[in-house]
Design a protein around this ligand. Structure first.
Ligand SMILES: [Zn+2]
Length: 655
C-alpha cells in the first residue's frame, strides 16, 4: 500500500490502539459460528423485534448487541460484505470491491468479472495434477488428468468438457482429453512440444480474494480444525470460507435445486470427503426433486403472532402497503405467491422465497448433528458459517419495506432458532459462540417512497442494455458530442456497482470536424477525465453527488464524507476509472421503475447488526461505534489466532 494511502487510512476504530487486556484470556470455544443475514440492516432487524419468538429473539435478548456497526466502504454488496466479515478488512485490502468489476486482461481488453469467478487455469495455482490415465476404447485414446472425470466417464460413458483431436495419438488415433492439464502431460510423455493455454472457462471460487480469511488462518494455525460453510448464494459461501482447499463450502444451485460446491474445494480428503457424503444424502432425500413435495408451490404469509393478538397487545410495526406498482413479479404479486411463476423455473422461485433459508437451515442442522463430521466435537476448534440469503433476494423483488420481507424475516427468526437448537443438542453448554451480522443493508423502493413521501429526493440510475435510459448509453452520447467523437463512439466501457470503467483500449480516439476544430485530433484519457465529471453533473446531478476520478485519488477531498468510503473500496486493478457517489435514496438498477437494491455508503446500506452470543459475551446493548470488520478479529481472539490483514478490532469486553 502506498505510504500516503496508509496515512489516510480511514477506518477510525482501527487506528485507536486496543486497550490492554484485562483478566485471564477467554476460554477457547470448540465451535465458532458465523450467521450472516443477507441485506438485513440494523434498523430493519430492530424495527421488527416485537415479532421475534425464536432465534433472533434469543440472540438479541441474550447476546452482546453492538448497535453502532457500520461498514466504511462503498459498493455495499454481497461479495465485499462477506469478504469483510470473514477477513476483518474492507475491499481495499480484500480486493473484493463489488459483486462484479471491470478489469483489463493481459491482452489489454476489458472484461466484466464476477467476484467469485475463478479462471480455470489458475484455479489451483502451483498444484500440478497428480493424476494421469490413458484409456483405449473403441479405437480412440482417452486421456484423463482429473480422476473425477474418469470416474464419471466409466460410470456413464459421457465426458463433461472435453477436447477432441483427430489423428494426434501415437498410432494416429483420435485423442480425447478431459482437460488442458491432460494435454500438457500428454505432450510431455510423448515428447511433443508444450502448448500454452489462455484461461478459457471459470469456476466459482475464492481466487480473487487477496488475503486470508479467519477460516484460512484457523486451519493453518491449528492442526485438525475444519471450516464448514453453507448458504443460499455461491459468493456468500466462497467468501465466508476462504482460499484453503480443505474448506467445506456449499451453496444452493438454482439449476438443480441441490447444494453444490466447486473444484476450488477438495471433496476427496478430510472434512471435504466426510461432508460430501452428508451432502449426497441430503440432496437425494431433502433437496433437488424432493423440493416441490417438501415445500409445495405456494408461499403463504405466516399468521399474525399469537402473543400480540389479544386485548391490550402492543401495536406491531407494519410493512408498507400498496407496493404492487413498484414490485418485480418474480413469484407473482401479492400473497399467496406461486413459486411456479418464476420465469427461470421452480428452483429459482424457491430461491426467491423464504424457503431457501429453511432449506439452508435444514442442511446446517444436518451438518451440525452429523456423527462422522463431529463439528466442534473432534478436539481442535471448528468454524461453521451459515449464510441466509432470502432476505436480500426477496427485498430486491418486493422491496425492503414489503410484507414479503417482513414474512421472510419472521421465518428467518424460526430458522435461526432451529440452528441454535441443533447446536445446543449437539454440543456441551457454553462450548460454542455465535457471531451474527449482515453483508450490507438495503434501500426502500425509491418510487414507492416518493409516493408515500413527496419530499423524498431519491431515485435510480438504469444500467440495463435493454433500456433507452441506460445511464452509460446516455453518458456515452453526451461525451461523444462534448469531445467531438464520431457518432456512436463509446468512450465509457461501462460500470459495475458505483464504479465506471473508461474504454481504455479505444484511446486515443480521434475527433470529427466540428466545434473542436478539424478532424483527426487525438482525444486522450486525460480529456475524458476532464469531461466526465461535468457530463455526470449535467445528466445525473439529481442522482449523483460527485465523481471521484481514480487518477486523482491522492487529491480526493478530505472533507467529503464519501472519500473515506471510496478509498476503502479502492483497488487499482479492479475499481475502474471513477467512482460515482450516489445521493441518499438513489439506486443503480436494471429495471427502470421497479424493485430495490443496495450498494451505497448511506446509513440504510452500511448500518448492520453485529451480535455476539456465548459465554464470553455479557448480554446487553453496546451503543458505541463499531464496524462489521470487528467480527473476524473478535472470533480470532477467542480462537487464539491472529489476523494480520484485519483492520477491525476485537469486541471482547475490556480487551
Ligand atoms: Zn443484494
Amino acid at each position: 500500500m502506498p505510504v500516503l494511502a496508509a496515512a489516510l487510512l480511514p477506518v477510525a476504530s482501527a487506528i485507536a490502539a486496543p486497550p490492554a487486556p484485562a483478566g485471564p484470556p477467554p476460554e477457547r470455544p470448540a465451535l465458532a459460528v458465523i450467521l450472516s443475514l443477507d441485506g438485513l440492516s440494523w434498523s430493519r432487524l430492530e424495527t421488527y423485534r416485537p415479532y421475534y419468538a425464536a432465534g433472533l429473539k434469543r440472540l438479541l435478548d441474550e447476546g452482546q448487541v453492538e448497535t453502532g456497526a457500520r461498514y466504511r466502504h462503498l459498493n455495499t454488496e454481497t461479495s465485499p460484505g462477506h469478504a469483510a466479515l470473514s477477513t476483518g478488512a474492507p475491499p481495499r485490502i480484500t480486493g473484493i470491491v463489488a459483486n462484479r468489476w471491470i478489469e483489463q486482461a493481459k491482452d489489454g481488453s476489458l472484461r466484466s468479472v464476477g467476484a467469485a469467478q475463478q479462471w480455470v487455469t489458475d484455479a489451483v495455482p502451483g498444484q500440478p495434477p497428480l493424476f494421469y490415465r490413458e484409456v483405449k476404447k473403441d479405437g480412440r485414446l482417452y486421456v484423463f488428468a482429473l480422476s473425477r472425470e474418469l470416474d464419471a466417464w466409466q460410470r456413464s460413458g459421457e465426458l463433461g468438457r472435453s477436447v477432441v483431436r483427430l489423428g494426434e495419438g501415437p498410432e494416429g488415433e483420435t485423442v480425447v482429453f478431459d482437460s488442458e492439464d491432460a494435454i500438457t502431460i500428454f505432450n510431455l510423455r510423448h515428447g511433443r512440444p508444450t502448448e500454452a493455454f489462455p484461461p478459457t472457462s471459470s469456476i466459482t471460487g475464492p481466487g480473487n480474494l487477496r488475503v486470508a480469511t479467519l477460516g484460512d488462518r484457523l486451519v493453518e494455525s491449528i492442526p485438525g480444525s475444519r471450516v464448514v460453510v453453507v448458504s443460499g448464494k455461491d459468493r456468500t459461501s466462497v467468501f465466508l470460507a476462504g482460499r484453503d482447499r480443505r474448506h467445506v463450502a456449499y451453496w444452493f444451485d438454482q439449476e438443480t435445486g441441490r447444494f453444490v460446491t466447486s473444484a476450488a474445494y477438495d471433496t476427496y480428503a478430510g472434512a471435504g470427503a466426510t461432508a460430501k457424503a452428508v451432502l449426497a444424502r441430503f440432496n437425494l432425500q431433502k433437496a433437488g426433486t424432493q423440493l416441490p413435495a417438501r415445500f409445495g408451490t405456494r408461499w403463504e404469509k405466516l399468521p399474525a403472532p399469537a402473543q400480540v393478538t389479544g386485548f391490550g397487545a402492543p401495536l406491531l410495526p407494519s410493512p408498507a402497503a400498496s407496493l404492487w406498482d413498484y414490485q418485480l413479479p418474480t413469484n407473482g404479486l401479492g400473497f399467496p405467491h406461486d413459486l411456479r411463476l418464476s420465469e427461470k423455473g421452480y428452483f429459482t422461485g424457491l430461491y426467491t422465497s423464504p424457503f431457501v433459508d429453511e432449506l439452508t437451515a435444514d442442511l446446517a442442522v444436518e451438518l451440525i448433528g452429523d456423527p462422522a463430521l463431529r463439528l466442534g466435537r473432534s478436539g481442535p476448534p471448528d468454524l461453521l458459517a451459515v449464510g441466509f440469503s432470502a432476505h436480500d433476494v426477496v427485498s430486491h423483488s418486493y422491496g425492503n419495506e414489503s410484507e414479503e420481507t417482513l414474512d421472510t424475516i419472521r421465518r428467518l427468526d424460526l430458522q435461526v432458532g432451529r440452528v441454535l437448537d441443533a447446536l445446543e443438542r449437539a454440543l456441551p453448554r457454553g462450548s460454542f459462540v455465535i457471531a451474527l451480522s449482515a453483508d450490507h443493508g438495503f434501500s426502500v423502493i425509491p418510487e414507492a417512497e416518493r409516493a408515500r413521501n413527496p419530499g423524498f429526493t431519491g431515485g435510480r440510475l438504469v444500467n440495463t442494455d435493454r433500456a433507452m435510459t441506460n445511464a452509460y448509453d446516455r453518458l456515452n452520447r453526451h461525451l461523444t458530442q462534448r469531445l467531438c467523437l464520431p457518432p456512436g463512439s463509446r468512450p465509457l466501457f461501462g460500470g459495475e456497482g458505483w464504479n465506471v470503467a473508461f474504454n481504455r483500449p479505444a484511446f486515443p480516439m480521434r475527433t470529427v470536424a466540428g466545434p473542436c476544430g478539424p478532424e483527426g485530433r487525438p482525444v486522450t484519457l486525460a480529456d475524458l477525465d476532464a469531461a466526465f465529471p461535468e457530463a455526470v453533473a449535467t445528466l445525473f446531478g439529481e442522482e449523483v453527488e460527485s465523481v471521484l476520478l481514480v487518477s486523482q485519488r491522492e487529491r480526493w477531498p478530505a472533507d467529503d464524507p464519501a472519500t473515506e468510503f471510496a478509498r476503502n473500496d479502492l483497488d487499482a486493478e479492479r475499481s475502474g476509472d471513477a467512482f460515482l457517489v450516489p445521493r441518499p435514496g438513489v439506486l443503480m438498477h436494471w429495471d427502470p421503475a421497479r424493485g430495490s437494491h443496495h450498494g451505497s455508503h448511506h446509513e440504510y446500506d452500511t448500518h448492520v447488526p453485529l451480535v455476539f452470543w456465548g459465554k464470553a459475551f455479557p448480554a446487553g446493548r453496546r451503543d458505541r461505534e463499531s464496524t462489521p470488520y470487528d467480527l473476524a478479529p473478535t472470533l480470532a481472539e477467542l480462537l487464539g489466532i491472529t489476523l494480520p490483514d484485519a483492520v477491525g478490532r476485537s469486541r471482547l469486553d475490556g480487551r
